[in-house]
Design a protein around this ligand. Sequence first.
Ligand SMILES: [Fe+2]
Length: 214
Amino acid sequence: MTPYSARLGEALGLTPPEIRVLLKGSFLHDAGKLGIPDSILLKPARLDPQEFSVMKTHVDKGTDIVKRSSWLSEGTEVIGYHHEKFAGGGYPRGLTGQEIPITARIFAGADVFDALTSQRPYKKPLTFEEAMGILGQDSGKYFDPAGFSNMGDRLLKLADRVAEERAFHRAYRTARFVRAALGRDSGVLGAAAFAFDEMKRARGEADAETPGDG
Ligand SMILES: [Fe+2]
């Protein structure tokens, strides 16, 4: 969801340093899950209250991890507040509205959109319209409704771009595979030509895909 965060940040007029904070935080938001036992992290069912209270500690664990690094510590703004809710009732601090840093509020919107439109073992991805319907209902509850009016157009354009980029990356991986299979000296041009054909083929299929499932 990092590209979604970045585009929403731009749309909402964040400065370049704020966008840098947003990007670092988006990449690292769940870093603290490294410190959560697999029995909880990978549990295929709903967590019980005791397990959930352990899970909640991933927020402070995450800030502890990144604050040791001078160049990652900017991420603490998103990491430390990414489970707060605009209307209150989030964790770990139960802040509301403007008390939550704007970067964390933007991340929250992007994260929900990404989750709704992604394939998971237990659910199908929602369409763009279905996801935006849910975001519309919930704006104000979980994230900043001031950002919501800009969100639809930006996300729609971005969803198209993500589908295109994923098609490109698939072509790139194929090209690397072919080059490896043919040997190191087979020539970059041959691989590039193959990649180009593959990219055109993949783009034909890209419309049927949804962003975020890979
Ligand atoms: Fe989290």
